[in-house]
Design a protein around this ligand. Structure first.
Ligand code: PLP
Length: 456
């Protein structure tokens, strides 16, 4: 066996990668045909690959590297914690300082009375926890028939069987026996793609009221919770019309349904607020967090519960937990990451300075002939590619590769942008500077030009 390093030739790394490494959400034939791009180092918002390219990371890894790459403070926090206590569990009435300190900090940061933290290793695990939590909550309150959880088509809540079922991705449901029973779905508030000739405001209300209809169909006495991302991420960065969330809040309040806000992407500054729930003005009973919690430097997720839910579930022994629930190294890194976000005023800067600048530049992409709309909040945004702006038409199915073609052009122009169908997404590190925003927009424009020439 050869010892591999970043000095190993790219082709050799790619061949071994294709032979032995199974990638998430990747078709093996793609790897065999082209090989994976191999990332070797990173600093700030910049990635280096094994061919010597310097790439602007417009996706913050997978929506997670909020404080940017190369933060020595996080390296030191991990090393310190590994030396002192590399692992201990939090089961059976044991605890340790990093888990305690992070829970205290999250309780301070999270809005309202979201004061109680149940740790997980990822966003998917935290959503699995939530599914069991909300059902346990109602059972403890003497209403065990309240089992249904309502979600939305095209939502993404993770990849485990529970979280994948909570999500509304039909491509995922088609594989491996999902969804599990007891999850119902309503349509997403995607005005550009599905709003027809309604105004965004009318459409937002209409889609929110599907929740009421679904609750009445299932019977309010049978519904445990509604789960949603404040702003859909993996579904295409879908920012709902302004009428949507206030109406959802009215409905969950009226029918006494728990609201779970999945903040895995929208948490920790991504929207220019600490949490997307604050940006949307909603009051969840439970928040799911991960990704930006540690800026991706360590795998960690959590469910943050309000007082009432924590008290009720606390009446029983909740038979649930992961070996890495409250992993000390992950907690220590997350705590240091939250300190950086706070001390450097990163969230405020996104809200008041770099976010508005990015918005102005990003929205100028609608001057490009391929771009029908550009929507952005804080540092998460998307553009819709269309052959006809007036009718908001999608590309024909056989040309449905417009997003893919543009993403490939971005790749070649050393910019990471992701595509979901014909929506192109950005979610850069929150520390991106104005000059780097300019570079991002220039490279996006050039890539759009090249894609446009190809699609003609
Ligand atoms: N929830 C949302 C909103 C997400 O975007 C993701 C991941 O992208 C998840 C949950 C799952 O998190 P993880 O990949 O850490 O399991």
């Amino acid at each position: 066996m050869t010892t591999l390093s970043t000095n190993t030739p790219t082709a050799e790394l790619q061949a071994i990668d294709a032979a032995h490494h199974m990638h998430p959400f990747t078709h093996a034939s793609q790897l065999n045909a082209k090989g994976a791009r191999i990332i070797t180092r990173a600093e700030g918002v910049w990635l280096n690959d094994s061919d010597g390219n310097r790439i602007l990371d417009g996706m913050a890894g997978l929506w997670c590297v909020n404080v940017g790459y190369g933060r020595e403070e996080l390296v030191d926090a991990a090393a310190r914690q590994m030396r002192e206590l590399p692992f201990y569990n939090t089961f059976f009435q044991t605890s340790h300082v990093p888990a305690i300190a992070l829970a205290q900090r999250l309780a301070e940061l999270a809005p309202g009375d979201l004061n109680h933290v149940f740790y997980a290793g990822s966003g998917s695990e935290a959503n699995d926890t939530n599914l069991r939590l909300v059902r346990t909550y109602w059972a403890e309150k003497g209403q065990p028939q309240k089992q249904w959880v309502i979600s939305r088509w095209n939502a993404y809540h993770g990849s485990t069987v529970g979280a994948g079922s909570l999500g509304g991705m039909k491509g995922m449901h088609a594989q491996g026996g999902m969804p599990i029973p007891g999850i119902a779905y309503i349509d997403q508030p995607y005005w550009w793609g599905e709003g027809g000739d309604k105004t965004p405001e009318e459409f937002g209300l209409e889609r929110a009221r599907q929740l009421e209809a679904k609750i009445l169909e299932l019977g309010p006495e049978n519904v445990a919770a509604f789960i949603a991302e404040p702003v859909q991420g993996a579904g295409g960065v879908i920012i709902p019309p302004e009428t949507y969330w206030p109406e959802i809040q009215r409905i969950v309040d009226q029918y006494g349904i728990l609201l779970i806000a999945d903040e895995v992407i929208s948490g920790f500054g991504r929207t220019g607020h600490w949490f997307g729930s604050q940006a949307m003005g909603i009051k969840p009973h439970i928040m799911t967090v991960a990704k930006g919690l540690s800026s991706g430097y360590q795998p960690i997720g959590a469910s943050i519960l309000c007082d009432e839910v924590a008290e009720v579930v606390g009446n029983c022994e909740f038979n649930h937990g992961y070996t890495y629930s409250g992993h000390p190294v992950a907690c220590a890194v997350a705590l240091e990451n939250l300190r950086i976000l706070e001390d450097e005023g990163i969230v405020d800067r996104v809200r008041d300075e770099t976010g508005p600048y990015l918005k102005e530049r990003f929205e100028s992409l609608t001057d490009h002939p391929l771009v029908g709309e550009a929507r952005i909040i804080g540092m998460m945004g998307s553009i819709a590619l269309t052959p006809d702006k007036a009718s908001r038409a999608p590309f024909a199915a056989e040309a449905g590769t417009a997003g893919y073609i543009t993403r490939e052009r971005c790749f070649n122009n050393n910019l990471i942008m992701r595509h979901v169908g014909d929506r192109m997404i950005i979610s850069p590190p929150l520390v991106i500077a104005k000059s780097e925003i300019d570079t991002l927009i220039e490279r996006a424009w050039k890539s759009l030009d090249e894609a446009h020439a190809k699609l003609k």
